[in-house]
Design a binder for this molecule. Structure first.
Ligand code: PXG
Length: 373
């Protein structure tokens, strides 16, 4: 059964693929997690929790999966894992970790966030992420109710409570509960939320083969409207671009700014190599000041490859010798095709491969130790 042929009425068929308890129309929440939205031939059509098998190692980890052309691929959130979620100094079970429906984070996307990775018992670039959270908060005039040091400690403590050595930490600060008007001065009590979970954006094979991406029509927010440098809870600009990519059958999209220059992807920065030199769009193009971007620039310097930040057009990307994306979630992903133009020889290039390796090596030895000394 291919995802695109399946609909809700095919639940019985899906039942055979999954754990019986995870499937079924009566099973409200679970059923919603069971079925993904249907869009053309996008592989993210149907999700299930199939049993672990040789064909489906993802099932072993309890992730919902989609049946894509390359086999079962984990997507979305795992079922309840017994996580302990930090909210304003206290820990709650997943089921009880809640904020008010009157929180402006929900009502208006008024708040900021960070995504951090843990590797081998260390939080990679923790200080840099907390710095950026403070910068985002300052830009939207949101006073964080904690100091930098307190927030670092709370993040580490959340990992300890969840016995997390490798994973993904989401920090969220909302404007807090307010009235049903958008004025933030009616909000009290910003909510500081820390979730220590897991993330796998792409299957391991993609890092070997390289990714194919497309440019989408959704333009990157203008910095005078909503500066993309702010990692705000209002991510619809990026989500709209992601949806376009999905509809077209791709997992990631290039976004151009209002002048038509390349900004970045929906959740990653972009780099190209041309004639031995590296290029990445400037922050003024509407790219996030990516922490992985910064790490990549440092690693490239160590490899003797200089990086500059000129404005770039799609033409520059099409004619690159190599291309890769950087992001906390995605790490370093080789790109081998852009808008159907083959990049280099259509395989991850030598500099890109070195970068993937160098990045992984770095994550093994650097970062804030989670365990108390
Ligand atoms: N651009 C945008 C718009 C982002 O959201 C990056 C670039 C990369 O920045 P860092 O600092 O992470 O190198 C991001 C970060 C996800 C996910 O769930 C997305 C990000 C990070 C973690 C998970 O897709 N994007």
């Amino acid at each position: 059964l291919r995802g695109e042929q399946l609909e809700r009425r095919d639940l019985a068929a899906l039942r055979e693929l999954g754990e019986p308890d995870d499937v079924g129309e009566d099973n409200g929440g679970q059923a919603a997690r069971m079925l993904w939205c249907i869009h053309g031939n996008c592989p993210r059509t149907v999700a299930a929790w199939p049993s672990a098998s040789k064909q489906n190692p993802a099932g072993k980890r309890g992730f919902p999966c989609v049946l894509a052309k390359r086999g079962w691929v984990p997507v979305g959130f795992p079922p309840l894992l017994g996580m302990k979620v930090y909210i304003n100094g206290k820990f709650y079970s997943e089921q009880n970790a809640k904020v008010s429906v009157f929180d402006h984070g929900l009502l208006y996307g008024d708040g900021v966030f960070e995504g951090i990775r843990a590797y081998h018992g260390r939080l990679f670039k923790l200080k840099e992420h907390i710095d950026r959270l403070f910068c985002s908060a300052k830009a939207i005039l949101l006073d964080l109710p904690m100091t930098h040091a307190e927030l670092m400690e709370a993040t580490l403590e959340t990992c300890r409570r969840n016995k997390l050595n490798d994973g993904y930490i989401r920090l969220v600060v909302t404007r807090g509960r307010g009235t049903l008007g958008l004025n933030p001065n009616r909000c009290s009590d910003p909510q500081v939320i820390i979730i220590a979970g897991k993330i796998q954006l792409y299957p391991p094979s993609l890092y070997k083969k390289g990714m194919e991406i497309v440019t989408v029509a959704t333009t990157r927010n203008h910095h005078n409207a909503l500066n993309p440098a702010i990692k705000s809870l209002n991510y619809l600009n990026n989500i709209m671009a992601k949806i376009e990519a999905n509809i077209a059958g791709y997992e990631e999209a290039i976004m151009l700014n209002t002048e038509g220059y390349v900004a970045e992807c929906t959740g990653d920065n972009i780099f190209i190599l041309k004639d031995g030199r590296m290029f990445t769009p400037p922050l003024s193009s509407g790219a996030l000041h990516g922490i992985t971007r910064g790490t990549a620039i440092d690693l490239l310097a160590e490899l003797g490859v200089p990086t500059s930040e000129p404005n770039m057009t799609r033409y520059d990307l099409f004619n690159a010798d190599e291309c890769f994306l950087t992001g906390t979630g995605a790490e370093i992903v080789p790109v081998v095709k852009i808008d159907q133009r083959v990049i280099g020889n259509g395989k991850p290039g030598p500099v890109t491969k070195k970068m993937v390796k160098a990045y992984h090596e770095l994550t093994k030895v650097s970062g804030e130790r989670i365990a108390k000394r």
